[in-house]
Design a protein around this ligand. Structure first.
Ligand code: C5P
Length: 290
């Protein structure tokens, strides 16, 4: 039996733009994604002898069977690599909030792919692993890739960008969930009023200019929130801004809001203020390698 524990880093969207609806039902996106220090720990054991994929999901409300992205990733890996599965056991220590816009499930799937590659096909290049990831979910290729990247297409076409400058982040997930397909369903691409300025974001990253990065944060999903959702997200953003955030925005299809801080003490104060109202508040920082 072989065993390895891999850190599965969450992501935030520094930008998210929706360009068009595609004939396959997905949308072409343009987004700057950033890995962050908040992570799950995924332990993968191979050669268990069972011939099955077994997932211990870490929380009762998360699926442990084929609906779990970690399970799908293992299945897709064996199929793509043409290797017979001699039995895999995956144990997830869950810290990333689920259904939060932080790619928590995709991060676990990517961690499984990386561990299986190391055990079974160490020569497999990253692009091939990302390709397998794309079959499992739109955010999995970025989670395999990590760092700071522009993601295009469904999210699978990745271009490295200059690493995000060091900063403190406060992350707050309100107590409601948002369904990704439902939110995509609400978007009318011709009606989007304010889109991210990717030129400004890339220039700020290249210059290591944290204020410029903060100014260029933008997520078009914010325009299709229902009134109650919008109100709560703006409230969280306001608490962050009042406590010294350079800016704050919703990540992915939400509902998590993250704020960028140039002072750790301010981030700490903002997190304390939010903890009086919200159960899921985290301090984090950008991670620029896997
Ligand atoms: O690929 P994934 O399973 O993560 O996507 C979840 C849902 O989000 C899809 O079923 C689709 O409704 C929507 N989606 C989309 N365009 C993308 C990514 C996701 O419409 N690029």
């Amino acid at each position: 039996m072989k065993e390895q524990t891999v850190l599965a880093h969450a992501k935030v969207n520094l930008t998210l733009d929706i360009l068009r609806r595609r004939p396959d039902g997905y949308h072409d996106l343009e987004m700057v994604m950033q890995s962050i220090s908040l992570h799950d720990a995924v332990t993968v054991r191979t050669e268990t002898g069972s011939g099955e994929i077994v997932v211990h999901a870490g929380r009762e409300d998360l699926p442990s069977g084929p609906e779990n992205i970690a399970w799908k990733a293992a299945d897709a890996f064996f199929e793509a690599a043409g290797i017979v599965n001699d039995g895999v056991e995956i144990t997830i220590e869950k810290h990333i909030p689920a259904a939060a816009g932080m790619a928590g499930g995709s991060a676990d799937g990517a961690a499984v792919l990386r561990a299986l590659r190391e055990f079974l096909c160490p020569e497999m290049p990253d692009v091939e692993l990302e390709r397998i990831g794309a079959r499992v979910g739109s955010d999995v290729p970025f989670c395999v890739h990590g760092g700071t990247a522009l993601a295009e297409g469904r999210g699978e076409r990745l271009t490295d960008l200059a690493p995000m400058p060091a900063c403190s982040m406060v992350i707050c997930k309100p107590d409601f969930g948002l369904s990704t397909p439902q939110l995509f369903g609400r978007v009318r691409v011709d009606d989007i009023a304010r889109r991210p300025d990717h030129g400004a974001m890339k220039a700020a990253l290249a210059a290591g200019d944290l204020s410029g990065v903060a100014d260029a944060l933008c997520n078009v999903f914010c325009e299709v929130l229902a009134e109650k959702e919008r109100h709560e997200i703006l409230h969280i953003r306001q608490v962050m801004l009042e406590n010294g955030a350079l800016n704050a925005v919703m990540t992915g299809s939400g509902p998590t809001v993250f704020g960028l801080f140039d002072k750790e003490t301010a981030a700490q104060t903002a997190a304390d203020a939010l903890r009086r109202e919200y159960a899921q508040v985290f301090l984090a920082e950008p991670v620029n390698q896997r």
